[in-house]
Design a protein around this ligand. Structure first.
Ligand code: MG
Length: 177
């Protein structure tokens, strides 16, 4: 079976909606999703970069994120023909481990938890496909990179891109033909 490695934040977990809401509430700001087109929050407010990062250090930040639409059903389908690994650079936020693990058990409980990979540098991942919203994880990845559209990466070119999970389904259906 071929392997598909799948990122968590912004790919199966709606990270940026909660982060932006929390940022606006904490700093009494009114930044909109539209302003984040092609940018991360820290690019928009570099003077608050440290505080923006600190918002996600609360141990439960990652516990109640919404699953990205259709991620569960499509991954369940794909798991019949591919070996699925969830690969998250959780070392970037070590306080997130427990919340991320519990979140995966709640929303992706049909996957074998031995296929949850909490890592730092994703170049250690060996898989046939990597679905991620951060292009830096594609450097050193030897399989096929698939860029999952997020606000911050909308201007990046030169990658196989999918805009949502229905397009992921179509991509893999196209390969099977
Ligand atoms: Mg991500």
């Amino acid at each position: 079976m071929q392997r598909i490695a799948i990122d968590m934040d912004e790919v199966i977990a709606e990270f940026s909606t909660k982060h932006l809401e929390l940022f606006n509430r904490t700093f009494n700001e009114q930044v909109t999703m539209e302003e984040l087109h092609g940018k991360k929050l820290r690019d928009l407010r570099p003077e608050l970069a440290h505080e923006i990062f600190e918002l996600i250090l609360m141990p439960d930040f990652f516990r109640d994120l919404n699953p990205i639409p259709h991620s569960q059903e499509v991954i369940k389908e794909l798991s019949e023909s591919y070996e699925i690994f969830i690969a998250t650079a959780a070392m970037e936020v070590p306080t997130s481990f427990t919340a991320k693990y519990e979140w995966l058990k709640e929303h992706f409980g049909f996957l074998n938890e031995m296929n949850f990979v909490f890592c730092g540098d994703k170049s250690i991942i060996r898989a046939d496909y990597l679905i991620d919203d951060n292009t830096r994880h594609f450097k050193g990845f030897e399989g096929q990179s698939i860029l999952f559209t997020a606000n911050h990466n909308k201007n990046e070119t030169g990658y196989v891109r999918v805009n949502d999970w229905l397009e992921v389904r179509d991509y893999f259906k196209g390969l099977a033909r």
